[in-house]
Design a binder for this molecule. Structure first.
Ligand code: SAH
Ligand code: SF4
Ligand code: F3S
Length: 521
C-alpha cells in the first residue's frame, strides 16, 4: 500500500506495515506497536516564513464531555529548557486540571507523565532520552500509564524518528504549536492505545484564553512567539516557528488581571522581545510602547526576557529609563565579543555596536545591571577571538552570564561549518570565561555592601528553613533570616556580606503583611 503522505524520513519502510489511512491520518505497525501519525515535523516547512497573517483564536474552551476525563487521575510533568517551556508547562497543567486531573506528588503515582523537552544543545536531548530509558521500567509495571513527549524536541524529525523506532513505550508526541490540542490527543491515545503523533511544522495561530496554572507570586506572560532571527547555531526558529506577537490589548488585559490577583512580579516572555509588534500590519506599536503601557499598571515589578541587541532601540531605552516598576536588570545576550564570529553567527551587530548600545543604556539607566548569554568554541573561533569575548565581558561590565559550549544542531547553517575547535580547547575556554564571570559577579555584588534595598521574598533556603531568599530589582539573589510568613512579600533588607553569587542580608524593615497575595498561591 502506498501512503498518501511521505513519511519516509521517519522510518524504514521495510520494517513498517501500514494498517490504515483515513481522515489524513496514517496508522502503521512498527516493532509491534501501532503508530498513528496525525502529522509529523519537517525542517523544510519549519524553515519557511509565510506571508499569511496570523489568526487569533479566543474560543478554546475544553469540550464539556472532556471535563470529567481526568477525574480520579493524576499527572506529572518534567520540564526542560527555557522560561518559554516553563510557561508552556503552566498551560499544560491548566488544561489537564480543567479536565479533572490533579498533580501527582511523584512520577510513579501518575496516570499521565509528560516530558516538556528542550532541543537547544545536545546534552539537553541526552537528558530526555536518559529519562525515557528510566521510564520504560515504570511503563512495563503500569501499562495503563500514558507517557508523552512534547516541547521543542518533538519539532525535530530526527527525534520523532527515534521515538517511533526505538521508544515504543512512548504513547504521545505533540509539538509547541498544538498544545491546546492536548485534551483531544489524550482522548485519542486512551481509546486507541496507539502511539499518537501530532506535530505541526507550520506555526499555529495564536491561541488566547488557554488556562494557566501558575505558582507563587511571580508570573510569566508571553508577549510573542517564535523567532525570525535565524542565528546560524540556533534551533529555536525551527522549533518555535515564525515571530508572531500577541495583541497589546490581550497582553495588557492579562497583566491587569495578574495585578488584580496580587502578583508581585511579571516577566514578559519572547525569544526576542524587542521584535514585538514588527508583525502588526494595522498599527505602529512596538515593545517600547507595550512597556510604556505596562508601566502604568499597578504591579510592583516588570521584567522581560530575552532581548536581542540588534532591535534594542532608543525608544525602549527612553521608556526603561522612566523606571517605576520597570527594573534595571537587563538580560542582553551578546554571544561573542568578536565581530568576525558574530558575523558567522549571523547576529547582525558588531562588537562596537554592542558597546555603543551598552553605553546608551548605562547613561540613560545609571544603575543598570547587565547579564548575558555567551557561546564559546563556535566553528573557527580562534584564541584571539575568544580573548575578545573575555575583554567584552569586562568592557561592557557584564555582571552575570549563562555560558555555553557550542553544540552543533542538525538542520542549522552552523551544522554545515566545520566544528573544528577541539573539545579540550572549548572546555578550557569555558573554564576561563566562567572564572571571569565569577570575578565580575563578585565585583558587581560588592557594590551592594551596606546598602538597603527592596527585595521580593521568594522562598526558604533548601538547606536551612530559617533562611529566606529573595531577589533585588537588579535580580541579585539575597539570603537573610526571617519567618516563612514573609514569603511572597516585598520588603527592605540591608546587605551585610556580599559573596560571589549572592548577597547576605538582614531584614531592615518587616514587610507589610496586609499586601499578601489574593489568589491563594
Ligand atoms: N532568544 C534568546 C536565546 C534563546 S536560547 C536570545 O537570542 O537571546 C538561550 C541561549 O542558548 C542562547 O542565547 C545561546 O547563548 C545558547 N545557544 C543557543 N543555541 C546554542 C547552540 N547550538 N550551542 C550552544 N549554545 C547555544
Ligand atoms: Fe536563537 Fe538567535 Fe532567535 Fe535567540 S535570536 S532564539 S539565539 S535564533
Ligand atoms: Fe530549549 Fe525550546 Fe527554550 S529549544 S531553550 S525549550 S525555546
Amino acid at each position: 500500500m502506498k501512503m498518501s503522505k511521505d513519511y519516509s524520513q521517519y522510518f524504514d519502510f521495510r520494517e513498517a506495515k501500514i494498517i490504515r489511512e483515513e481522515d489524513g491520518k496514517t496508522t502503521l505497525r512498527l516493532n509491534g506497536r501501532h503508530i498513528q501519525i496525525q502529522s509529523a515535523p519537517s525542517y523544510k516547512d519549519e524553515k519557511k516564513r509565510g506571508k499569511e497573517s496570523v489568526r487569533i483564536h479566543y474560543d478554546n474552551a475544553i469540550p464539556d464531555d472532556m471535563r470529567e476525563f481526568g477525574r480520579d487521575k493524576s499527572y506529572f510533568i518534567m520540564t526542560y529548557g527555557c522560561q518559554m517551556n516553563e510557561h508552556d508547562t503552566e498551560v499544560i497543567r491548566g488544561l489537564l486540571e480543567e479536565m479533572g486531573y490533579v498533580q501527582a506528588e511523584e512520577r510513579r503515582d501518575a496516570d499521565v507523565i509528560l516530558l516538556n523537552t528542550c532541543a537547544i544543545r545536545e546534552n539537553a536531548e541526552d537528558k530526555v532520552f536518559g529519562e525515557l530509558g528510566h521510564l520504560k521500567k515504570l511503563k512495563l509495571e503500569k501499562p495503563g500509564l500514558i507517557l508523552g513527549v512534547c516541547g521543542c524536541m518533538s519539532q525535530e524529525a530526527a527525534v520523532v524518528n527515534r521515538l517511533m523506532t526505538r521508544n515504543p513505550h512512548v504513547d504521545l508526541v505533540f509539538g509547541t504549536h498544538n498544545i491546546h490540542r492536548l485534551p483531544h490527543l489524550l482522548r485519542e491515545v486512551s481509546f486507541s492505545r496507539e502511539m499518537v503523533i501530532e506535530v505541526w511544522s507550520k506555526e499555529g495561530d495564536i491561541i488566547e484564553n488557554l488556562p494557566k496554572k501558575r505558582e507563587g507570586m511571580r508570573a510569566w506572560v508571553n508577549i510573542m512567539y517564535g523567532c525570525d532571527k535565524f542565528c546560524t547555531y540556533c534551533i529555536v526558529p525551527y522549533t518555535r516557528g515564525k515571530e508572531r506577537s500577541r495583541l497589546p490589548e490581550d497582553v495588557l488585559a492579562e497583566v491587569r488581571e495578574l495585578a488584580r490577583q496580587g502578583y508581585k512580579e511579571i516577566t514578559l516572555l519572547g525569544q526576542n522581545v524587542n521584535a514585538y509588534g514588527k508583525d502588526f500590519k494595522d498599527r505602529a506599536y512596538r515593545f517600547a510602547d507595550l512597556m510604556d503601557d505596562i508601566r502604568k499598571i499597578d504591579i510592583p515589578r516588570v521584567r522581560f526576557t530575552t532581548s536581542h541587541p540588534r532591535d534594542f532601540d532608543d525608544h525602549l531605552i527612553e521608556v526603561l529609563a522612566k523606571g517605576g516598576n520597570l527594573v534595571e536588570a537587563i538580560h542582553l545576550p551578546f554571544q561573542s565579543g568578536s565581530t568576525e564570529v558574530l558575523k558567522r553567527m549571523s547576529r547582525k551587530y558588531t562588537r562596537e555596536q554592542f558597546l555603543e548600545l551598552v553605553g546608551k543604556i548605562r547613561s540613560a539607566i545609571p544603575g543598570a545591571v547587565l547579564s548575558s548569554d555567551i557561546i564559546v568554541g563556535f566553528p573557527g573561533e580562534t584564541e584571539e577571538q575568544f580573548l575578545e569575548t573575555l575583554s567584552l565581558v569586562r568592557e561592557a561590565e557584564i555582571a552575570m552570564a549563562y555560558t555555553f559550549i557550542y553544540s552543533p544542531r542538525e538542520g542549522t547553517p552552523a551544522f554545515e561549518m566545520e566544528d573544528n575547535v577541539p573539545m579540550a580547547v572549548k572546555q578550557d575556554r569555558l573554564n576561563r570565561l566562567n572564572e571571569l564571570i565569577a570575578e565580575m559577579s563578585c565585583e558587581s555584588n560588592r557594590q551592594f555592601e551596606g546598602r538597603t534595598v527592596e527585595i521580593l521574598v521568594e522562598g526558604q533556603s533548601k538547606s536551612n528553613p530559617n533562611v529566606l531568599s529573595g531577589r533585588t530589582t537588579s535580580n541579585k539573589l539575597v539570603h537573610f533570616e526571617g519567618p516563612k510568613e514573609w514569603i511572597g512579600h516585598l520588603m527592605q533588607v540591608r546587605i551585610t556580606k556580599p559573596t560571589t553569587w549572592y548577597l547576605n542580608a538582614e531584614a531592615a524593615e518587616p514587610p507589610r503583611l496586609a499586601t499578601a497575595l489574593s489568589h491563594g498561591a
